[in-house]
Design a protein around this ligand. Structure first.
Ligand SMILES: [Zn+2]
Length: 246
């Protein structure tokens, strides 16, 4: 049975593992994800037709779930082997027209965000895409999240409102950036670049025994972190742990 402290080589090894895990998590900070509070609604504009599909693990470290790209298609995936919760996701880029005031008082509006869709939300978007003849670029959607705690963080009700012109969409860009660049979708292969098998093992090495709130990306750095009020992989079709299968 491990102690809560360690000395000598073991102490240094543990410290090194902690630092490596922290650095790996910090390096993963990418674009913000579109998220809604329970019962909240929003309007968004899509910057592409969501068409990037892969599997994403949700791994708990401390009190938060962190997403890790599944690598089972390219080799052994330690998270699959350990039975870590996994969802198949569909990804796109959107402009979130809701405004949020972060803890630091800064207001965020018309922010470019990743739209990471799973289960029902994914099916709804696929259906909308089909109805719009395969093209949802610059489509304005109204989205709603159910009040249920298990509801999807992206919301699961998406309704098509209308399509905007390129000029209109460019008008949402911050004044200090090149609008033509800004309306391009995010680079998903970079945003979700998988860790290597060895890096995944390092992350899992500390696992859920790491002290809460002391690891990884500081919650203060994420102005939308308070939207993450439910830390369970809410609304997921898949069982969240091996215990759920028993
Ligand atoms: Zn996997």
């Amino acid at each position: 049975m491990a102690e809560w402290y360690a000395t000598g080589k073991e102490g240094k090894d543990r410290e090194e593992q902690f630092e490596e895990q922290r650095a790996l998590l910090a390096s993963r900070r990418g674009a913000f994800w579109f998220r809604l509070r329970q019962g909240e609604a929003a309007k968004l504009t899509l910057l592409d037709t969501p068409d990037f599909r892969f599997r994403l693990h949700s791994f708990k470290i401390g009190e938060r779930d962190f997403p890790f790209t599944c690598i089972s298609d390219i080799g052994p995936c330690p998270m699959c082997i350990a039975g870590v919760s996994v969802s198949s996701v569909l990804v796109g880029t959107c402009i979130n027209h809701n405004s949020y005031v972060a803890k630091n008082g800064k207001e965020y509006k018309n922010q470019k965000q990743l739209l990471v869709l799973k289960s029902t939300a994914k099916k709804v978007i696929d259906k909308l895409t089909k109805r719009q003849k395969g093209d949802l670029r610059f489509a304005v959607l109204e989205v709603e999240r159910d009040k249920d705690q298990k509801s999807l963080r992206t919301g699961e009700i998406f309704e098509f409102v209308k399509k905007l012109s390129e000029e209109k969409v460019k008008g949402f860009a911050p004044t200090d950036v090149d609008a033509a660049e800004w309306i391009k979708p995010l680079d998903y292969a970079t945003e979700f670049a998988p860790l290597t098998e060895a890096e995944m093992m390092k992350i899992m090495g500390g696992g859920t025994t790491m002290p809460p709130k002391s690891v990884g990306v500081s919650v203060d750095e994420d102005p939308f972190s308070e939207l993450d009020e439910d830390n369970s992989p809410g609304g997921d079709d898949e069982p969240s742990s091996v215990q759920d299968l028993i």
